[in-house]
Design a protein around this ligand. Structure first.
Ligand code: DGY
Length: 418
């Protein structure tokens, strides 16, 4: 079957009516940033369904403005930790943390595909996106850059950026539990038990303070500045302001958030590393790891010549895509989730940045390498960047979505010409 049709079929098969699973089995609920990518994918063939996805995501917004990272629509024992472990409330129940705020950037792309047909749908979601961005500014950006209170909030769960903060989290008292992820996917491609113990300790802390987000930031066991979310949010503030202009709204407040966040970037620049770096906000120490979080600077027009040098070193070290961690670092693990693999979805964000910065050469190369992975080995969650081995979940929604919106572009043209 044609790859475009296969990608559309994956979106339809993972569609649960108004929301889309990232993949069957491993992730049986609605995940925040996955959902925004699903919407982008749907927009290529079913625009109303794309807007429905954004509506469903934002319908679970908390009163404080946070949009949670998981919405537990239909209880599924195949996932751990489920709604009972989180105990964060909501109807449907949700988790108690957020996830990378890519929504405004992708909503802008969806809106621009057909502004006339989208204007009313945009007007309905815009105030909710503003509330969510205000929450990021007021609750998570209190130290300057965007901070995360749990590695899952970064979306890049077990990347080496968090090792320094995780070392200070006590995971020894979480009690017995059974993981479900390793029943769906080869355990060598997933985070380790020592990491899961700590992930749960952080969930238990959030629950102990009734998911009071300000208390979690000030007293929680883990607080790190995340370059990845900082750049995604910076870009999303900009895109949200553009959307506000399209709706004739006053966007001064949003532009103020953007200016303040950009002014905080020197806090996460590590001269020793010659790159942006995660920082433990409890100790002030840098993580000292270069990875895809730092390279998302391209998405926010925040690249620097030193970062160009690092990007090319890291990228040229592997044949397929931009790896999630530095292949020359001892921690590099080519198939273990965010400690080495290349993620088509992150490549698509980097490509938006390259294109907007006029670096067509980089965008074309990244598109070609990402397309090759999918053409060789299907719509996997992530891939080994050294030999293209498909990793994680199969028939993955966001990989299908970025094939339709970006990676499959040349393939479609070549087919048209044939
Ligand atoms: C998981 O369960 O692996 C998710 O990434 C948490 O959000």
């Amino acid at each position: 079957m044609d790859l475009h049709e296969q990608a559309r079929q994956i979106l339809r098969q993972n569609d649960r009516g108004g929301y889309t699973l990232p993949t069957h089995g491993l992730y049986p609920y609605q995940w925040n940033w996955d959902s925004a990518f699903a919407a982008w994918g749907f927009a290529t063939f079913d625009l109303p369904r794309a807007w429905d996805e954004i509506d469903t995501l934002l319908a679970s917004q908390w009163d404080d403005g946070m949009v949670p990272h998981i919405i537990f629509h239909d209880p599924d024992p195949g996932y751990f930790p489920g709604p009972d472990v989180w105990s964060a409330g909501g109807d449907p129940a949700t988790s108690g943390i957020s996830q990378p705020p890519v929504a405004a950037t992708l909503v802008r792309l969806i809106y621009e595909m057909n502004p006339d047909a989208s204007r009313d749908r945009l007007a309905a979601v815009y105030p909710k996106l503003v509330e969510w961005h205000r929450w990021w500014h007021e609750v998570r950006c209190v130290h300057g850059p965007a901070a995360i209170v749990h590695p899952w909030e970064s979306g890049r769960d077990n990347c080496p950026d968090w090792d320094i903060g995780m070392a200070n989290v006590d995971g020894s008292k979480v009690g017995d539990y059974t993981r479900r992820d390793t029943g769906h996917v080869d355990p060598s491609m997933r985070p380790k038990k020592s990491e899961y113990d700590r992930y749960l300790a952080m969930v238990q802390f959030g629950k102990s303070v009734g998911w009071d987000q300000k208390r979690i930031v000030s007293e929680g066991p883990f607080l790190m500045a995340d370059p990845g979310i900082t750049f995604i949010l910076l870009r999303a503030h900009h895109d949200l302001a553009v959307l506000g202009h399209a709706l004739d709204q006053d966007t001064d407040e949003i532009e103020g958030w953007e200016t303040t966040l950009r002014a905080a970037l020197p806090m996460i620049w590590n001269d020793d590393l010659q790159g942006y770096d995660a920082k433990d906000l409890r100790t002030g120490k840098f993580a000292r790891f270069l990875g895809s979080g730092a390279f998302l600077a391209y998405l926010a027009n925040a690249a620097r010549p030193e970062l160009d040098t690092q990007l090319m070193r890291v990228w040229n070290a592997v044949p397929y895509g931009i790896p999630s961690a530095d292949p020359e670092a001892p921690i590099f693990d080519a198939r273990r989730y965010w400690r080495g693999p290349t993620w088509p979805v992150v490549n698509s964000l980097l490509a938006i940045g390259f294109r907007d910065m006029g670096r067509a050469d980089l965008e074309v190369r990244l598109r070609r390498e990402t397309a090759e992975l999918i053409m060789k080995n299907g719509f996997s969650e992530y891939f080994d960047p050294t030999d293209a081995t498909p990793c994680g979940g199969a028939n993955f929604t966001w990989t299908a979505a970025i094939w339709l919106t970006w990676a499959g572009q040349d393939y479609e043209q070549a087919k048209g010409a044939a």
